[in-house]
Design a protein around this ligand. Structure first.
Ligand SMILES: *Cc1c(COP(=O)(O)O)cnc(C)c1O
Length: 461
């Protein structure tokens, strides 16, 4: 119980009201909208009341005004904002995964700003199929009969399971019951898809017999899931696609592979199993993967396989709920065309970044280091050096390539500087290792070097 005296000296009483603080921020010449000033003031005062309750000493009005203003500015920032990715992680889930090729981005802008023949057949003047063009390109690239695209790969898995195995059993190895970043968990998606999970094998070892022994009258599908964000090593065994396909064929069961990351070129540096045509050739009836991982396109879920299976999927009412929007469709179409005409390696940022020769990376790192060293003067030691890049992020586990970074050792401390880099007008995201800020040149895009220089200036001030 609080005594009268304590109530009177309660520093919470010294805090201004929301209205008063918002007005004070306005009087600093701030032109942000009223809702932002009020939301910022309310949020800040709530925190301040809590802070004052557990410790002593309220912030001065001046400090409150400055902090409320910063908060209001943050509330009015557009989202998502452009950032410079200096992490070296090409497929960074938190930074939007694959950047689109400039041509694909232009296709998006054109589709967004005007009308299009999205679902209109120009020769006949009748209703058209929004997917026909990309589906034909995908089938050609995959060397298969048919294809379907949906909103993302999680949706692709959901649609495939729900279509092929609703109320029935799906067999999957215990070693593949994974969770992918962003809360995609195989067992949970299976439950929501209305299928019954039959786990076989053990975490580290699953054999062909485990699958074969589990097939029963209620089995509808064999599922293989790429482990994507973790690697299994040591005493392990898994059943390859051809063997699984043989088990499927023997029992008349389709085989679905959730590949996670898939692509239509074979390049040194890319994981071999990501080459989609080979997966289909090895016996998967259906393969699904993300459009914005190694493929280098927009967020989307791509399903490739036999005409029969794909048409079953298309007829599921869920397909309509999970369909791809026209902006992503435009970007995907452009990206697939690049694969078809053979310019993917040159035009798609993801492929370019993954296959950039080490000599180029070194040269870029040395040029950047020189520029930054000039800016830093005595406030930091700056040097270019070789350092592996963790290019796969959460999308391709353990995929590391030899790379080059600019290592910055600031007098003010690496943690402080890396934080200030994130607070720049164009924020820069970098990693810290051994008291050094590492700026990986692999993931720097055109125009990023200038933004980085500006942020660096801000960070060392
Ligand atoms: C990334 C991934 C998913 C989820 O794909 P989204 O496109 O993010 O929905 C599903 N399965 C696997 C194996 C993955 O790697």
């Amino acid at each position: 119980m609080e005594t009268e005296r304590e109530v009177k000296s309660d520093p919470r009483r010294g805090l201004p009201s929301v209205e008063r603080l918002a007005r004070a921020v306005r009087q600093t010449g701030c032109e942000l909208p009223d809702w932002a000033l009020r939301d910022a003031a309310r949020g800040l005062l709530e925190e301040e009341r809590e802070r004052v309750r557990v410790s002593s000493g309220a912030a001065t009005l001046e400090t409150l005004i400055a902090r409320a203003r910063e908060r209001a500015e943050a509330l009015c920032q557009p989202h998502p904002r452009r950032v410079v990715n200096a992490t070296g992680i090409v497929l960074h889930t938190n930074l939007g995964r694959a950047p689109l090729a400039p041509g694909a981005a232009q296709a998006v802008a054109a589709a967004a700003a005007g009308y299009s023949d999205l679902e209109f057949d120009l020769p006949s003047g009748k209703r058209g199929d929004r997917q026909a063009a990309v589906a034909a390109k995908l089938a050609r690239l995959g060397g298969c009969e048919a294809a379907l695209v949906v909103n993302n790969n999680a949706a692709a898995v959901l649609l495939a399971l729900n279509t092929l195995a609703r109320d029935r059993e799906v067999i999957v190895s215990r070693g593949e019951l994974v969770e992918i970043g962003g809360s995609f968990r195989v067992p949970e998606i299976m439950q929501r898809a209305g299928v019954k999970l039959v786990e076989v094998g053990s975490t580290n070892r699953t054999h062909a017999g485990d699958y074969a022994d589990s097939v029963g009258p209620d089995t509808a599908l064999l599922l293989k899931v790429h482990r994507s964000n973790f690697a299994l090593s040591g005493f392990t065994a898994e059943v390859g696609l051809p063997e699984l396909a043989a088990i499927g064929a023997e029992h008349g069961l389709p085989l679905l592979e959730d590949l996670g990351s898939g692509t239509f070129v074979e390049l040194p540096g890319l994981p071999r199993e990501a080459f989609v045509p080979a997966r289909l050739q090895l016996g998967a009836d259906l393969v699904c993967f993300s459009g914005d991982k190694l493929l280098g396109g927009p967020q989307s879920g791509l399903l490739l396989g036999s005409a029969e299976r794909i048409s079953e999927l298309r007829r599921n009412p869920l397909a309509r709920a999970l369909r791809l929007d026209k902006l992503s469709l435009a970007a995907l179409d452009w990206t697939l065309e690049a694969y078809l005409v053979g310019t993917a390696e040159r035009d798609l940022p993801v492929l370019r970044q993954l296959s950039e020769p080490i000599g180029h990376l070194e040269k870029r790192a040395r040029v950047l280091a020189e520029r930054l060293a000039k800016l830093a003067g005595a406030s930091a030691r700056v040097e270019a050096r070789a350092e592996p890049s963790p290019v796969g992020g959460g999308s391709v586990p353990g995929l590391e390539l030899p790379g080059w970074v600019v290592a910055v050792e600031p007098a003010a401390g690496a943690e402080r500087v890396v934080g200030r880099l994130r607070a720049a007008a164009v924020p820069v995201v970098a990693r810290v290792r051994d008291a050094k800020v590492l700026l990986d040149v692999r993931t720097l895009l055109d125009g990023d070097a200038d933004a980085l220089e500006q942020a660096f200036r801000h960070a060392l001030r």
